[in-house]
Design a protein around this ligand. Structure first.
Ligand code: AMP
Ligand code: MG
Length: 422
């Protein structure tokens, strides 16, 4: 057993910088945004509206199109125009046209009075007030100007974005390819969660948790199963990833034990960019790139050796892998938001490394309040439960009292007030 890791300790920032330096967005593809599932895909092009919206002046409410110059005098109702009708009608002085929301405003009319503000009797319209010029008329290009940029490259598609693509008539759009992320568990003690229990065995939670995190990050997860702590078995698994994936995540086998084989294997097959981070939980997290010779994929295989402890592997994923996966998809905003939070509970730092502690952040009394998810052990997966934030606790020896402020990465939406776990 080695007593000291040969890998220099890098800072969190340095590790993130080294990873980012090895990432370029993947290739692109054209998808049918209306019929295929486009949710979460990242646009690889700028999208413009060609025609103005609306293309003709339209009624914003159900009512009557009329001329403001006629003031509050009664008008003759001469016609009716509904949404979808061809423009062409004209409103002369002293007359009005019954009009429905979304219908083209007839020429001559410069206002639409809402039906609630009128009475109509025997073809004569009485108005409750003199309409203002422009009242209730949606002008040409009011919502989208002709040629306006509506969506920028790097935007992730959600409901509003898909609605906008449909609005400007873009049934097809260029998006970045989804990265294929292979996930490999390692360990002689690790077995399938639905397999037969054996003394000292550990159910493989990491592979399933990581695959879910990979999908949540917009990627396609590919399971490579569980590799025994055997250098040939693990090498074969890495070579399989080289063939089939853009990114490989391994779990376990990156520490100092005699059966921790991942680091030397990555050094044998590729280049290890760092093998130790001043970071808790997840100090042995490793990042390597492996060049490919005969593969359709041009970029090297980005490989993250994540620690075996369940919390370490998920927190390392969040801090180092997720932003990388978002960058690979061309996301212009790959990072989680960082906010300032007030501690509800006292927090003890780790003496030698910044620690990313799991917390539940909610809006209380006009500020973001963070409560701890309890004991922060690396094996205690329950400390991830309900967490929507990682508190960034700088290395130190003094506890941070309740009421103190710390930075936090928001990993999920704000929690309801007073929420606690279990
Ligand atoms: P290792 O980094 O391989 O030394 O593993 C560290 C700890 O994490 C050990 O207690 C392992 O049993 C545990 N562990 C490793 N892989 C997994 C996994 N896939 N799921 C859950 N726990 C694991
Ligand atoms: Mg192991």
């Amino acid at each position: 057993m080695q007593r000291e890791s040969p890998y220099p300790m890098v800072s969190v920032d340095e590790a993130q910088r080294l990873i980012t330096a090895h990432i370029t967005p993947l290739d692109v593809e054209v998808i049918d945004v209306l019929r295929e599932s486009a949710d979460g895909r990242v646009l690889a092009e700028d999208v413009y509206g060609i025609e103005p919206l609306p293309d003709v002046p339209k009624a914003g409410v159900d009512g009557y199109a009329l001329r403001s110059a006629d003031g509050d005098a009664p008008r003759r109702v001469v016609a009716e125009v509904t949404a979808g009708a061809t423009p062409g009608l004209r409103v002369e002085a002293g007359s009005a046209v019954r009009i429905m929301t979304g219908a083209p405003v007839p020429e001559g009319a410069d206002a639409v009075i809402a039906v609630e503000r009128t009475e109509e009797r025997d073809g004569v319209l009485i108005v409750q007030h003199a309409p203002r010029a422009g009242e209730n008329i949606h002008t040409i290009g009011q919502d989208i100007a002709a040629g306006q940029l509506v969506l920028a490259r790097g935007t992730a598609l959600g409901a509003a974005e898909i609605g906008l693509l449909a609005t400007v008539g873009r049934a097809r759009a260029i998006v970045y390819r989804r990265p294929v992320v292979a996930v490999l568990a390692t360990g002689d003690e690790v077995y399938e969660p639905d397999g037969e229990v054996f003394p000292g065995g550990v159910r493989d939670s990491n592979r399933y948790a990581l695959m879910a995190a990979v999908r949540e990050a917009g990627c396609l997860a590919l399971s490579l199963g569980i590799a025994r702590d055997d250098v040939n078995v693990q090498r074969a698994a890495i070579l399989e990833a080289l063939d089939r994936a853009d990114v490989l995540l391994t779990s376990g086998g990156v520490s100092m034990g005699t059966r921790d084989l991942i680091k030397p294997l990555l050094a044998e097959l590729g280049t290890v960019h760092f093998g130790r981070i001043a970071f808790k939980p997840g100090k042995p997290t490793t990042f390597a790139t492996i060049e490919r010779s005969n593969s359709e994929r041009l970029l090297p295989l980005l490989t993250f050796g994540l620690p075996g402890y369940p919390v370490s592997s998920l927190v390392s994923f969040e801090v180092f892998v997720r932003p990388a996966l978002r960058r690979l998809q061309g996301d212009a905003r790959p990072d989680r938001p960082q906010v300032r939070v007030t501690l509800r509970d006292p927090i003890s730092p780790s003496p030698d490394r910044p620690e990313y502690q799991r917390a539940i952040v909610s809006w209380e009394d006009g500020r973001l309040m963070a409560r701890s998810t309890g004991r922060q052990g690396s094996s205690r997966l329950l400390s991830m439960l309900g967490a929507n934030a990682l508190l960034i606790v700088p290395a130190g020896t003094e506890a941070h009292p309740a009421g103190a402020e710390l930075d936090a990465l928001m990993t999920g939406p704000l929690a309801p007030q007073g929420m606690s776990v279990l």
